[in-house]
Design a protein around this ligand. Structure first.
Ligand code: FAD
Length: 203
C-alpha cells in the first residue's frame, strides 16, 4: 500500500520544528514523518522523556522455560494461582512461565527464576521431562495504574503513543491498534480513550 519499512534503532528526536518532530536513527537518517507512533514497549520511557513527556513506566521482567519433549500432554492451559505460574501447551512443547521481577532493562537475566518455576511444576505434573528446556526472559512494559498509554502526545500534534500494556500486550494489541487508528484518522473512537492519555502522569 505504498508504505516503507525501515529497520533501525531510534536514538532520539529533533524538535526544532515542533509541528513535525524528526526521528534520528542509529544509521544517522533523519526522518520527518507526517505522524509518529511511539510503541517501543518498556523502552518507550526514555523516548518519551526525550520528548519532554512525563511517563511512569517500568520493565516488569518475566521468565519462562520451553520444554520440547515434556513426556506429558496438556489439552488445556493450567494456571497455578497460589504458586503464580502458568503451564501451556504451545504446539512444539510445553511452556512454564511466570515471575515478576523489577531489575530494569539492562541487568542480565536471572534464570534461577525460570528454573525454580520448572522445579515447582515438576511437583504438580508427575512424569514431566524437563530435559533441553530453553529459558527466556522478557520485559513487560508496566505502568503503576496498570493502564496502557494510548493516544496523542501532550506536546506534539503529530506524535502518538501506544505502549505500557504490561502483562497483556499480545491480548490488547489489536484493540489498541483499532483505537489508535481511529484517533489518528479523527474518527469517533470505539471507546473513550481519555483514561489512557499520557497526561495522567502529570497529576
Ligand atoms: C513471561 C511473559 C509472559 C507474557 N505472557 C503474555 C500473555 O500470555 N498474554 C499477553 O497478552 N501478554 C503477555 N506478555 C506481555 C507481552 O509480552 C507484552 O505486553 C508485549 O510484548 C508488549 O508489546 P510491545 O510491542 O508494546 O513491546 P515489546 O514487545 O517489548 O516490543 C518493543 C519493541 O521495540 C523495540 N525498540 C525498543 N527501543 C527501540 C528503539 N530505540 N528503536 C527501535 N526499536 C526499539 C524493541 O526492540 C522491541 O522489538 C508476557 C510477557 C512476559 C515477559
Amino acid at each position: 500500500m505504498g508504505g516503507k519499512i525501515i529497520k533501525d534503532e531510534v536514538l532520539g528526536f529533533s524538535t526544532e520544528n515542533p509541528h513535525r518532530p524528526e526521528v534520528i536513527t542509529k544509521s544517522k537518517a533523519a526522518i520527518a514523518p507526517d505522524r509518529m507512533v511511539i510503541s517501543a514497549g518498556a523502552w518507550s520511557k526514555s523516548l518519551c522523556h526525550q520528548l519532554g513527556e512525563n511517563v511512569l513506566l517500568e520493565s516488569e521482567r518475566g521468565y519462562n522455560s520451553t520444554i520440547p519433549d515434556p513426556n506429558i500432554f496438556l489439552d488445556k492451559q493450567i494456571i497455578f494461582g497460589e504458586e503464580k505460574f502458568v503451564v501451556s501447551n504451545i504446539g512444539n512443547g510445553l511452556r512454564i512461565g511466570g515471575a515478576a521481577e523489577f531489575a530494569g532493562l539492562d541487568a542480565p537475566p536471572n534464570f534461577q527464576r525460570s528454573e525454580r518455576l520448572v522445579e515447582i511444576a515438576r511437583t504438580y505434573l508427575p512424569g514431566l521431562d524437563t530435559q533441553n528446556s530453553q529459558n527466556w526472559m522478557g520485559h513487560r512494559p508496566s505502568t503503576p495504574d496498570s493502564l496502557p498509554v494510548i493516544g496523542t502526545s501532550a506536546r506534539y500534534p503529530t506524535v502518538y503513543y501506544a505502549f505500557g500494556h504490561g502483562h497483556l500486550g499480545l491480548t490488547m494489541a489489536a484493540t489498541t491498534a483499532k483505537l489508535l487508528g481511529q484517533i489518528i484518522s479523527a474518527e469517533k473512537p470505539v471507546f473513550d480513550p481519555a483514561p489512557f492519555h499520557i497526561s495522567r502522569f502529570d497529576h
